[in-house]
Write a protein that binds this ligand. Structure first.
Ligand code: NAD
Ligand code: UGA
Length: 472
C-alpha cells in the first residue's frame, strides 16, 4: 500500500538496475532498513542475474556489493521486472536509466539520447498513484527535469484518473566511480539535491542523513544540479587529457611524467588526484557527458566554449591512436601475424565494465594491422570482448592468416613466443608478475608496453626485453 504522508518515504522504486541503480539502491536498503527498495528493469536477463543465488553471478562486479546484496536481498531490497507494481506503490522513484549519446538524427554524436528517460517518465505517469517524488539519478542535459515534469503532467487535463496524481521532480545526480562504488556511496564527498519543493527535498535529505553528514548534502536549484554533474565529469576528464598531453611531451624531452604529476600535484590548489597518465580515459560517461556539454554549448550559441571542451575528447582519441601507432613502430613497423599479449580490457580495474575502454580501440587497431592478440582480463568475459571488438574469438590463432584475437586465462602460456606484452588496465594482478620468467618465454626482440606505469624499473632491469612506459 502506498504511504499517504507526503514526505514520509516507505517505498522506493528505482527504474534501471544497472551500474548505478543496483549499487546505489543496495546502499539505501542497507542504511534504511525500514524502507522497502525495489529495483526494476526492462531486461529480464539483468534482473535474473540480480536474483541469482550465486552472488558471483551478479550483473555488476563491484567490490563489497555481493555482501550487501546477500544481506538485504528479499528482506528490504528487491529486484523485479514488475515495473507497474513497483511504481504504483512507490512514494519515491529514482530514474537511473541509460542516457547514451545519440547515434542518429539531430545532435547525433553529441546530444544525449533521452529515449529511456522519456519512457521512464511515461511509465511513472501511467502507473503512479497519489503523490510521488521523482528523482533524476541518471546524468542528463540541463533542463531535463522540465521535460520529465511535462510528461508527468501530460494527461492532467484529459483524464480524471490523472487529476489524482501529483509529482515533484528533483535532481540528485550520482557521482560514484566504478570499482569503488560501494565506498563512494557510503562516504560520498557530497550529495547534490536540486529542486524547489521543500517537502520533497526534506524527504530525500532525511534518507541521505541516515549515513551522510548534513553539511555534505548540498541543495541547489534544479538546473545547477543537472549541470554540475556534466561539469564535474568534464573537469575530471580534462585533467586526464591534460596529463596525457604532457606524457607525450615528456617522452620527447626526457622529463618524467610521474615526477611532473607529483610536483604539480603537491600544490594544494592543483591537488594530486586524476593526474595519472594512461592510454586515454574510458567508461560510459566521461566521453558522453563532455559531448553532451559541447552539444548544449553549441545549442545556446556558445561555439568557443563548445570548442574548448571538445578538445578534451580530441586529445583522448589522439592518445589512444598514438599508443597503437607507437606499438606498431617499435615492433619494426609491422605487427602482421605477430603475437601480442594484452593485459587488461576493462576501462579501469575492479570492474567488469568495458564501455569505451581504450583497450577496445587499441586492440582493434592492432588486429586491423594483422596482429594476433591474446587478451587477458580478470573480469571481462570472452563474449563481451567479442561484442566490443565486433569480431569472433579465434580458437586457434596459430592457424589464422589474418589479424585475430583469443581470450586467455594463463599469462605465462600466452607469453610463449609472443612479441610484445601491452598493459592496458592497472589490475593489481599485473603489478607483481614474474617479468623475468615471462620475458624469457617471449620471442626476441620482445617488448613490454606499459601504458599505466605499473612496472617499477627494478622489476625488469635484469630481463632481456625492451620497455616502453608512458611518459618516460
Ligand atoms: P546501465 O546501462 O548499466 O543501466 C541502465 C538500465 O536501465 C539498463 O539495465 C536498462 O535496461 C534500464 N532501463 C532503461 N529504460 C528503462 C525503463 N524505462 N524502465 C526500467 N528500466 C529501464 O547504465 P548505468 O551505468 O547504470 O548508468 C545509468 C545512468 O547513470 C546514466 O545516465 C549514467 O550516465 C549515469 N551514471 C553512471 C555511472 C557509472 O559509473 N556507470 C556513474 C554516475 C552516473
Ligand atoms: C567517473 C567519475 O569519476 C565519477 O565521479 C562519475 O560518477 C562517473 O564517471 C560517471 O558519471 O559515470 P568512472 O568512469 O567510473 O567514474 O571511473 P574513473 O575513476 O573516473 O575513471 C575513468 C577513466 O579515466 C578510466 O579509464 C581511468 O583509467 C581513467 N583515469 C582516471 C586516468 O587515465 N587517469 C587518472 O588519473 C584517473
Amino acid at each position: 500500500m502506498k504511504n499517504e504522508v507526503k514526505n514520509e518515504v516507505k517505498n522506493i522504486c528505482c527504474l534501471g538496475a544497472g551500474y548505478v541503480g543496483g549499487p546505489s539502491m543496495a546502499i539505501i536498503a542497507e542504511k534504511c532498513l525500514e524502507i522497502k527498495v525495489t529495483v526494476v528493469d526492462l531486461s529480464e536477463e539483468r534482473i535474473k542475474k540480480w536474483n541469482d543465488e550465486n552472488i558471483e553471478n551478479l550483473p555488476v562486479y563491484e567490490p563489497g556489493l555481493g555482501e550487501i546484496i546477500s544481506k538485504r536481498r528479499n528482506k528490504n531490497l528487491f529486484f523485479s521486472t514488475d515495473i507497474k507494481s513497483a511504481i504504483k506503490s512507490a512514494d519515491m522513484i529514482f530514474i537511473a536509466v541509460n542516457t547514451p549519446t545519440k547515434n542518429e538524427g539531430f545532435g547525433a554524436g553529441f546530444a544525449s539520447d533521452l529515449t529511456w528517460i522519456e519512457s521512464s517518465a511515461r511509465q511513472i505517469e501511467e502507473y503512479a498513484e497519489g503523490h510521488t517524488i521523482v528523482i533524476e539519478k541518471s546524468t542528463v542535459p540541463v533542463k531535463t527535469a522540465s521535460i520529465i515534469q511535462t510528461l508527468l503532467d501530460s494527461k492532467k487535463n484529459i483524464s480524471v484518473n490523472a487529476k489524482n496524481k501529483t509529482f515533484t521532480v528533483l535532481s540528485s545526480p550520482e557521482f560514484l566511480a566504478e570499482g569503488s562504488a560501494i565506498n563512494d556511496l557510503r562516504f560520498p564527498d557530497r550529495i547534490l539535491l536540486g529542486g524547489d519543493d521543500e517537502f520533497a527535498i526534506k524527504a530525500l535529505k532525511d534518507i541521505y542523513k541516515k549515513w551522510i553528514p548534513e553539511e555534505k548534502i548540498l541543495v541547489t536549484n534544479l538546473w545547477s544540479s543537472e549541470l554540475s554533474k556534466l561539469v564535474a565529469n568534464s573537469f575530471l576528464a580534462q585533467r586526464i587529457s591534460s596529463i596525457n598531453s604532457i606524457s607525450a611531451l615528456c617522452e620527447v624531452t626526457g622529463a618524467k611524467i610521474n615526477e611532473i604529476s607529483q610536483s604539480i600535484g603537491s600544490d594544494k590548489r592543483i591537488g594530486n588526484k586524476f593526474l595519472k597518465p594512461g592510454p586515454g580515459f574510458g567508461g560510459s560517461c566521461f566521453q558522453k557527458d563532455i559531448l553532451n556539454l559541447v552539444y548544449l554549448c553549441r545549442y545556446y550559441g556558445l561555439d568557443e566554449v563548445a570548442n574548448y571542451w571538445e578538445q578534451i575528447i580530441n586529445l583522448n582519441n589522439w592518445q589512444r591512436k598514438r599508443i597503437s601507432k607507437l606499438i606498431v613502430e617499435k615492433l619494426l613497423n609491422t605487427v602482421n601475424l605477430k603475437k601480442i599479449v594484452i593485459l587488461g580490457f576493462s576501462y579501469k580495474p575492479n570492474t567488469n565494465d568495458t564501455r569505451e575502454s581504450a583497450a577496445i580501440y587499441i586492440c582493434k587497431d592492432l588486429i586491423d594491422n594483422g596482429a594476433k592478440l591474446l587478451i587477458h582480463d580478470p573480469q571481462t568475459t570472452p563474449s563481451q570482448i567479442e561484442k566490443d571488438l565486433c569480431r569472433k574469438q579465434s580458437l586457434n590463432i596459430d592457424e589464422e592468416i589474418n589479424g585475430c584475437w583469443t581470450h586467455t586465462n594463463d599469462i605465462n602460456l600466452a607469453s610463449f613466443k609472443s612479441d610484445a606484452i601491452v598493459i592496458l588496465t592497472e589490475w593489481d594482478a599485473y603489478k607483481n608478475l614474474d617479468w623475468i620468467t615471462l620475458t624469457n618465454l617471449m620471442r626476441k626482440p620482445s617488448w613490454i608496453f606499459d601504458t599505466r606505469s605499473i612496472i617499477e624499473l627494478h622489476q625488469i632491469e635484469k630481463a632481456d626485453v625492451n620497455y616502453w612506459g608512458i611518459g618516460k
